[in-house]
Design a binder for this molecule. Structure first.
Ligand SMILES: Nc1ncnc2c1ncn2[C@@H]1O[C@H](COP(=O)(O)OP(=O)(O)OP(=O)(O)O)[C@@H](O)[C@H]1O
Ligand SMILES: [Mg+2]
Length: 417
């Protein structure tokens, strides 16, 4: 049941914590009134769904004495009302969820733009955009879709089973046994489908990564005569995609008939049992019809409840990743002094620098130079020698590290800016 959500979300070991989840939701200042309204409407719609089959059964039971048009009208009216109420409820929750995701994305984006350059060295752009796009969607999905639908489904199941027991307990037992068996049979099939989907997404991402990397560095590929390697590398990925695609094709083609077979067997079994009870005079025909309607209620509701935990597991990782990003320390924009640079000499003295991810591998060691206004200076050195790094330091994307000259250097670099 990947309802309307098709982003890729990596699973991790994070346990779902309702406290953490609600803490995150609170930061988006959600419109609780919309949430309450949406949930209420879904609950009302569940109530109607529980009540209609009972009404329909009286209608059918009276057929031998003619058609009760009043009752017939009522049944149809309730169908319409249930559909409308459910549609409005879904819309309200949808808008509520979109509002949450909007605020979440805005605060993530605002945070991102204020982070230090070094953050973007350590976290890949793809990872960040996945948080912005997929993780936020997962959080919204749980709050605005899974939770309300699960609540409505639980009410549907409890109400349906209660009504069924009141009507005919023999049939109820048959159904309460049959439906979970069918759902349990279906679960591994569906889980397998989801797994294949994930493998395909991963293979796709890998192929995407390799091809765009190669294409963006095509000049480098050409100058180093690496066309062959580039071909082999991408070919491997394309072959992997083919393998996954084959599996997916088999799965797609067989799943539908298997599901149909299992479902039809169940419906047939229950109908046959009901007919038998009618034939021996233990049950009225109207009851059988309402049981058929209740069957649809249960078939719709049970999988929603069954997938609650996997949805929560998915949202747990997303919640943590979004929270981590929101907790990153932004750059201090108020620190430092404003200086007019015009006509000033830029001097750098005894600067040592190593990137955070390789602190033992200093890129700059004891670098000193001065640049007077209008003076032309050239930085020469091998690729990877640290030329661009010097400019990153001058732009103050990074601060000089280690060495006894640090404060001294900072002062000098500082006061000349
Ligand atoms: N953001 C970073 N994080 C970690 N290491 C980095 C980072 N940027 C550069 N390096 C490493 O620092 C070293 C110096 O890189 P830099 O880009 O300053 O060299 P360069 O002299 O500008 O090279 P080129 O002539 O190829 O432009 C290289 O070994 C590079 O791998
Ligand atoms: Mg460079």
């Amino acid at each position: 049941m990947e309802s309307g959500f098709n982003g890729s979300v990596r699973k991790d070991q994070t346990k779902f914590s309702i406290g953490q989840f609600m803490k995150l939701i609170k930061t988006t200042q959600p419109k609780y009134l919309l949430l309450a309204m949406g949930v209420l409407l879904l609950v009302v719609s569940s109530g109607v769904q529980i009540y209609v089959p009972k009404l329909a059964s009286s209608l059918v039971n009276h057929f031998s004495k003619g058609i009760d048009y009043g009752l017939l009208g009522k049944v149809f009216a309730l169908f319409v009302i249930s559909a409308i109420v459910s549609a409005i409820g879904g819309t309200v929750l949808g808008i509520f969820g979109e509002n949450v995701i909007q605020n979440l994305r805005k605060s993530l984006w605002q945070k991102l733009t204020t982070l230090k350059v070094s953050y973007f060295d350590t976290v890949k752009a793809g990872e960040i955009s996945s948080r912005l796009v997929n993780d936020t969607a997962q959080v919204k999905q749980l709050l605005a879709v899974t939770f309300p639908q699960t609540l409505a489904s639980i009410i549907t199941v409890i109400g349906t089973v209660y009504m069924m027991f009141k009507m005919d307990w023999h049939m109820t037992v048959a159904m309460v046994v049959a439906v979970p068996i069918v759902v349990i049979l279906m679960m591994p099939i569906m889980a397998f489908g989801t797994k294949i989907g994930h493998i395909r997404q991963e293979a796709m991402a890998q192929f995407n990564g390799i091809s765009s990397e190669t294409l963006s560095e095509i000049r480098l590929v050409k100058t180093s005569n690496a066309e062959k390697q580039a071909q082999v590398r991408a070919n491997n990925e394309i072959n992997k995609l083919f393998k996954v695609g084959k599996k997916e094709a088999v799965f797609d083609a067989t799943m539908q008939p298997i599901m149909m077979m299992v479902f039809m067997s169940m419906v047939f079994g229950l109908l046959a049992y009901g007919m038998h009870r009618i034939a021996i005079g233990e049950m009225q025909i109207g009851i059988l019809m309402s049981f058929l309607m209740y069957l649809f209620n249960l078939i719709g509701a049970v999988p929603v409840i069954a997938t609650l935990f996997s949805e929560m597991a998915k949202a747990a990782g997303s919640t943590r990743r979004v929270q981590e990003l929101l907790a990153e320390k932004p750059e201090d924009f108020t620190k430092g002094i404003e200086l007019d640079l015009a006509g000033k000499t830029l001097s750098v003295e005894h600067v040592d620098f190593a990137y955070e991810d390789a602190p033992d591998d200093p890129i700059l060691k004891d670098v000193s130079f001065t640049a007077k206004p209008n003076e032309v200076i050239a930085f020469a050195g091998p690729s990877g020698g640290g030329k661009s790094t010097i400019f990153s330091l001058l732009e103050r994307f990074y601060a000089p590290t280690s060495g006894s000259h640090i404060s001294h250097v900072l002062n000098i670099v500082h006061s000349n800016f």
